[in-house]
Write a protein that binds this ligand. Structure first.
Ligand SMILES: NC(=O)c1ccc[n+]([C@@H]2O[C@H](COP(=O)([O-])OP(=O)(O)OC[C@H]3O[C@@H](n4cnc5c(N)ncnc54)[C@H](OP(=O)(O)O)[C@@H]3O)[C@@H](O)[C@H]2O)c1
Length: 201
């Protein structure tokens, strides 16, 4: 069964976007995102990134499609992505999941990441396929027009060795406090929809 891993960065007012882009520039956060969503154990496989059409539009041309990942874009209209390799458009999340579980795809991918935006996060958290949310909390308020949706009540904080390794947390913190306009960042709170809890960092 497909497990949806959500990854997002939200500021104090739970904002995630402004004018079709990110409200902040955080290089290490972007590197963390890339590492988390790209790394696979099996070098013959790639990870899936599922995103809404506006998030797809927000990716600068030189980074499009997100490299070393199979990009899946959700749109209710006909989205032409044929010119891109490893990019697929779907009409809804269910159709996308069905395709990923199908024979053409199943052996090609390792982990499924949902990378936003707002409604895609919401639908994913409501889905029976929802597995885990990796949420970077940025401890500053930004003016935003797009927000992370309300989280379900049954989320539990967990620790995750993969995450600890990838986060390079010390480095991230020092970089943010020195070069990011006194932006303080308490990174990487994560939640798991499951019946157990372990310590959160
Ligand atoms: N901080 C973060 O972690 C983070 C992560 C991602 C994005 N962002 C930011 O968030 C903003 C974009 O997010 P957003 O919420 O405005 O838009 P979005 O979710 O990226 O895209 C919305 C579009 O996706 C399609 N869509 C949404 N739900 C769908 C569904 N159930 N089935 C099929 N298609 C569906 C529709 O496309 P059509 O209109 O084509 O039908 C809809 O207009 C940007 O500012 C971006 O930079 C931030």
């Amino acid at each position: 069964m497909v497990k949806l891993n959500l990854i997002a960065a939200a500021c104090e007012n739970m904002g995630i976007g402004k004018n079709g882009t990110l409200p902040w520039r955080l290089k290490t956060e972007m590197e963390f995102f890339t590492r988390m969503t790209s790394t696979t154990k099996d070098k013959n496989k790639k990870n899936i990134v599922i995103m809404g059409r506006k998030t797809w539009d927000s990716i600068p041309p030189k980074y499009k499609p997100l490299s070393n990942r199979i990009n899946c874009v959700l749109s209710r209209s006909d989205l032409d992505v044929k010119r891109y390799k490893d990019v697929h458009a779907f009409r809804n999340l269910e159709e996308c999941i069905e395709k990923l579980e199908g024979n053409d795809f199943r052996d090609r991918w390792e982990t499924v990441w949902v990378i936003g935006g707002s409604n895609i996060y919401k639908e994913s958290m409501e889905s029976e396929h929802f597995y885990r949310l990796y949420l970077t909390k940025i401890l500053k308020e930004f003016d935003c027009d797009t927000f992370f949706p309300k989280m379900p009540d049954n989320l539990k904080k967990v620790s995750d060795p993969k995450f600890q390794k990838m986060s390079k947390r010390k480095e991230t913190l020092s970089l943010c406090t020195t070069s990011m306009r006194t932006l303080s960042a308490k990174y990487f709170i994560k939640y798991l929809k499951a019946a157990f809890t372990v310590d959160c960092i």
